[in-house]
Ligand binder design. Structure first.
Ligand SMILES: Cc1cc2nc3c(=O)[nH]c(=O)nc-3n(C[C@H](O)[C@H](O)[C@H](O)COP(=O)(O)OP(=O)(O)OC[C@H]3O[C@@H](n4cnc5c(N)ncnc54)[C@H](O)[C@@H]3O)c2cc1C
Length: 473
């Protein structure tokens, strides 16, 4: 049977067994799901398969395996690296998990959540029970728990609660042959060899199709306060973080940005206002929270910590939110950086990490090295200093031709990735590899690790039907 006939046969069989809602083939229904969120990759597919439960997902993957039809697992399609976009040649079908959107159970400390549940809905469901799912990011209104797990997503609370790897207590997934792995029991201790759950976390749809996960919940917060701090350099910012961490475990977020990024946010985002008078070379946003009333409030805590920092010269100036509205206004500045950067022109963007203690020096020196090597560019990093993870942007020279990031910008990205690798870091801290960084991964991953990844992929998906062309597939 030709591959085209195999795809048609799969679509027909799925429609026959599970009804019209289980397959989309109308081009208008398919279109939004065939291009990535950034609009950089455009795929083709004859259809989207959409199971309503784990049984249907298993049957669909089993049929696809029999017919040799590759599948691209997809959640909210918010991948930053083209991870959920099907191949351009139309050889694969999309397997959308969005219909699997039930919260199966919720109890003190954990919830069993289907892969298609939107992150914002999980936040609401947990809050309704006086609890909290402590991971959030800009795409929370669209991204799904399955996608977050498959990319081991991070966000702005990793400092305190870790990435998805720390928040997923077990996973249910359909493997490449259609069999189902059920790791949802929530066992705290289970040493029966390799952890399939942990292999699936961060596997970007290349080892299995996640159908549900048990996630960790923590007590809801009763209050929070956000401080905005001006300081002279990233080294002082890290010193401030270390000083805070040595006296409290209530710091949830610690984000750094340079003056130039703040300036562009204020220029391009109508509601944005600089929180401090005067210019500071660097800025830090710090959030502290509390889960109990009665103790020192987050505002009092930040006040105490910042008084010390101002007194010893670590910080040059600081202000603390006095209302929820002001806290939101500070976060708006941080959350609007990508939008303001997009509005200001083209840039090559990098999601990178280096060891936390190395990061302050890296931020300054890597920017200088890039600007020297590529005259006319402007390089800067911003983001999660406390996680050793920044978004490193290199703005195109004035007058650069359209498509610079995908053209000349590629050489810049290789240069940045080389610097990151020399510093003992990772070319993908949060967003994954997808199709965007596949070649760079193969170029820079230590051979022993690359061979292990390839061996694992081959063992779990020997026919290569899960998310071909992504990560190492
Ligand atoms: C505005 C914005 C802000 C972001 N901020 C952050 C951030 O701060 N931190 C961060 O880590 N990331 C961030 N991201 C990227 C983040 O990785 C994604 O938002 C999210 O994790 C992907 O979820 P999704 O449901 O959209 O997955 P998709 O985009 O649909 O898929 C992503 C990958 O996961 C796979 N996949 C999806 N569902 C499944 C499943 N059920 N089983 C197996 N594989 C699956 C896909 O094949 C693909 O490889 C951001 C994205 C946007 C658009």
């Amino acid at each position: 049977m030709s591959s085209e006939d195999a795809r048609s046969s799969l679509i027909e069989q799925v429609r026959e067994r599970f009804g019209a809602r289980a397959v989309l083939t109308d081009p208008a229904d398919l279109a939004p799901w065939l291009t990535d969120w950034r609009g950089r990759w455009h795929g083709r597919a004859d259809g989207i398969l959409a199971p309503a439960d784990t049984g249907e997902a298993a049957a669909m993957v089993g049929l696809a395996a029999e017919l040799g039809v590759p599948l691209v697992p997809q959640g909210g399609n918010t991948s930053m690296v083209g991870g959920a976009t099907p191949p351009e040649d139309g050889s694969a079908l999309v397997l959308s998990l969005r219909r699997m959107s039930r919260i199966r159970s919720i109890e003190a400390g954990s919830a069993v959540v289907e892969a298609g549940v939107i992150l914002a809905d999980l936040h609401t469901a947990a809050a309704d029970q006086g609890q909290r799912f402590p991971l959030t990011l800009g795409a929370r209104g669209s991204c799904t728990v399955g996608g977050l797990t498959a990319t081991n997503a991070g966000g702005t609370q990793v400092l305190r609660f870790g990435t998805m790897r720390a928040l997923v207590l077990g996973a249910e997934a359909v493997l490449a042959d259609g069999s189902v792995h059920n790791g949802l029991s929530g066992l705290k201790k289970d040493n029966r060899g390799y952890s399939l759950d942990h292999l699936l976390i961060g596997s970007e749809g290349t080892l299995g199709v996640l159908t549900a996960v048990r996630v960790k919940l923590v007590p809801a917060i009763t209050s929070r306060a956000v401080a905005w701090v001006g300081l002279s350099d990233p080294q002082r910012a890290l010193a401030l973080l270390r000083a805070m961490e040595s006296v409290t475990d209530r710091i949830e977020s610690f984000e750094i940005l340079p003056e130039a990024a703040l300036r562009r946010v204020v220029e391009h985002i109508p509601a944005a206002r600089a929180p401090l008078q005067g210019a500071h070379s660097w800025h830090v946003l710090v959030e502290a929270t509390s889960t109990a009333s009665g103790s020192e409030t987050p505002e009092q805590l930040l006040q105490r910590l910042l008084e010390d920092a101002l007194a010893d010269g670590t910080a040059a100036d600081a202000t603390i939110s006095s209302s929820e509205g002001q806290a939101e206004a500070f976060w708006l500045l941080r959350d609007s950086i990508s939008e303001a950067e997009r509005a200001s022109g083209m840039a090559a963007q990098h999601d990178i990490s280096v060891p936390v203690d190395v990061m302050p020096r890296f931020m300054v020196e890597a920017a200088q090295q890039v600007e020297r090597a590529f005259p006319g560019t402007e390089a800067f990093g911003y983001g999660h200093l406390g996680d050793g993870n920044i978004h490193f942007h290199v703005r195109a020279p004035t007058g650069a031709a359209a498509g610079w990031p995908e053209g000349n910008g590629k050489a810049v990205s290789r240069f940045v990735h080389d610097l990151v690798t020399e510093a003992g870091g990772s070319i993908s801290a949060e967003h994954g590899i997808g199709q965007m960084k596949r070649e760079e991964l193969a170029r820079l991953l230590p051979p022993a690790r690359l061979r292990s990844l390839q061996a694992i992929k081959h063992a779990l998906d020997p026919a290569g039907i899960l998310n071909p062309g992504k990560l190492i597939g």
